[in-house]
Structures are given as structure tokens and as C-alpha cells.
Design a protein around this ligand. Sequence first.
Ligand SMILES: [Zn+2]
Ligand SMILES: [Zn+2]
Length: 213
Amino acid sequence: MSCTFDLAHYRELLEAAKAGGYTCAFFDADPRPGDLLLRHDVDLSLEAALALAEVEAAEGVQATYFLMTQSVFYNLASPPGEAALEKLRALGHRVGLHALWPRAELDARFDPVVAWHNPDPPFMSEPVAGAANAMEQRFFQRDRYRSDSNQQWRSGCPHEELARGEFEWLQLLTHPEIWVYDGATMRESMDSMLAAEREARWRQLGKDRIDLS
Ligand SMILES: [Zn+2]
Ligand SMILES: [Zn+2]
């Protein structure tokens, strides 16, 4: 099995977790043995989030998608943003707030859970008033946490350990853009994403009654 960052291997990761006896859990209770907390920080692309969400739903698993209200890359208040929120819920996923420190303004769109975008150590794991913090100590322990940041696993792809049931429980943070768009490096994946977005922008311009003749 090759650990490529694509949807085929993401599916294999989910299969490995099932083989290892893990079940999906969320940020609404302390993790218990056998829990798998699938977390997605949606930094760049709602389209990528939806593509990954469909794969998970087809595999019968549920994740928590952390969406931004202050992103420079997407607008959650736009019609596609609202549709994305609705679709994630319809597929059975949870939605948390991917917040820009220090603003964590939760409204009815979100479950009471926050994950800071690009957090600095002093506040990363600090409690948040009225919500869980995905990085507070009860959810974030070094040997029970893996992340694909910038298309690199710091401690390796966890599929083998998952299949063998080696984690007591695991918080698995993945970024949808990395898995949905092709590329062997973060730069290549971003190039694929931007190419797709260029096409999408042309379609949006047409819909916005811009004369493209
Ligand atoms: Zn792997
Ligand atoms: Zn982020």
C-alpha cells in the first residue's frame, strides 16, 4: 500500500481504522478507548471538504469539519457556503468553528467546538469559553494525534497502526484540499486546486451576468 495523499488512500485509512475496531467519535465527550476523532480543518476549499465528506459518508463514517467565518479563501455566508454547511450536516457530519485567534464567535451554524487556525503555542490548547477546544489536553496527546500538515505526516501515515489497533484512541487531523487535489507535494496540490478554481471562477462570472463574449 502506498501512502499517497489521494482519495483512494484516504479510503484505505478509513478501512484500516474499521479493521482495527475503531469507531467514530466527536469533540463532545472525553475520548474513550477505540475512539477515532476524524477532524478536518477546512483552510482553503469548501469544494474539497464536500468531496471528502461524500467519501466518508459512503464509507459510513462521520467527521467533524471545522469551517472558517474569516477565511480569505471562501465565504461561508455566500449561497455556496450555506449549501456546503447544509450538505455536510445532511451527510451526517458535525461542524465546528475554525477560528482566527482571538475571535471564537460561535453561532447556530456550529457545534460548540473550536479549532484555532495556525495556532501559536501559548493559546493553542487553552480552554475556550462556552466551547470545547479540539487541541485541549483531553483531545490532544502526542501519541494519539496525527496530522497531515503541508502534505507531510510528522510521525508517519497511521494506516498500519490503525489496522493493528495500536492507538488507544486517535485524533486524526486531515486537510481536505491535500487529499482531493492531485499532487505529490503541497505546491503541486495547490497548483491543481488553483487550476480547478480558475474554471469555477469562469462559471461564476458567467452566472453573475458578466459579459464574457
Ligand atoms: Zn498510509
Ligand atoms: Zn487551519
